[in-house]
Design a protein around this ligand. Sequence first.
Ligand code: FE2
Length: 482
Amino acid sequence: MPDAKPTLDHEQIPAKLGTEFITQFYRLLKGATLYDRKSVVIDRLTQECLQVVNGIIQWEGKILLRIVRDHFFFNDTPILASADKYPIFKAFWQEMRKRRIGRMEFSEGASGEHLKDLAYLLSGLEENHENNYLAIKKQLEQRNIRSVDVGKLEVSRNEEIEIDSEDRKKYSREVYFRSIGLAKEVVESIHQQKPLPIRKAKRLMQKAANAVMQDDSTLLGLANIKNYDESTFNHSVNVAIYAMALGQRIGIPKKHLSHLGMAGLFHDIGKTKIPEEILNKTEGLSPEERSIMRSHPVIGAELIMRMKEWGELSARMTEGAFEHHLRYDLTGYPRPAQKKKMTLFGRIVSIGNFYDALARPRVSPRFPYVSEKILEIMLERSGKDFDSGILKVFINMIGAFPLGTLALLNTHELGIVTRIQEDTELLDRPKVCLIYYSDGEYRKGKVVDLGEMDEVSGDFKKSIVKTLDPNEYNINVAEYFI
Ligand SMILES: [Fe+2]
């Protein structure tokens, strides 16, 4: 809030104010796409936004937000999103880019009605029209609004503006299934003592990093839905995806995201040297067997170090393999010789590994842990087993109801979670695809936003009552999700 400003470090002020503005304005813009202008929800969102806008104008004299490539500049200072606001920044950036608006300006005199006008004008724009900004300027002029202005998004020639969301989904699906194929190929290569397909893996993880940067919801959804393949192969791919999606949210640059993907993909490579009969035993390992099993991180690190083809990746790969069962307080295994902090890659991969290992279906019981339970276990171990800062980002990323969750709504409808909200305040209110039973089978219905409110009462229209096991209902979640 603006009154907290004087206590801030001078350099943090633009970032904090910019974040407040983007968050509130994004909520209003999203509201404008969902609700009628006269609804109580819009009134509330407008008031909240106006409060922030007025506070900033009082303090700074103006608000000038610009988008330059993938960065925001707030009153001429580049600002970065904090991890919890990252999804909102990204969603807002996407919304503005597809409308080709690259600049917004507010000065003294901006009223709630002006903000509302702008939000509805923006929400009504057609996508990818270069002259959208002119249309808005004209409208603002006609309404005699002088305290609000917008400008064109400047795009350099080789910049891609917007990929169709269906194409993006398709691309992500392809990357996911090709990665599973690759994980299989890696294991077979080791067993047959053939060279590893490292270049192929690097290219694929670069593609995966691209997909994550564009929109990670399809990949995260696929990782959450475990029932695709034999567990070892999709486990490596899932860990790679969790690691990259997490890395993106904590600000790891794109080039290093693909490295993180590689570290995730190969983290369990040491398991290829563990005898099958130990590997496949689900319970009752003898102490000797357990110690053999627990040697896989060391074996993996050695395997990686022996190969020359990694190049600059070598150290990063070793971190993923060696540290993925290590805990943040350096318990876990293998015990490191020196008391050295876990590496960033190790901390990220270990979180993805732990979550995915617990989330996958075993033979019996088929549905061992629901996500909520796993996240609860992880939260209990925050700061001990896991880096608390990174864990917090991970929990927000997975959400209260992860992608692919089958849920019962208070309206007695069934739905499958297809999108987590960008706004962390709405983490328990994802978008769900309704499914209904007719003619002897389940069918896909419309997608509803559980963040949507009733326009008169201001209460949420639909809520999740509880989650259900899709196996019990014979529902193949994947069919509805992708
Ligand atoms: Fe492992």
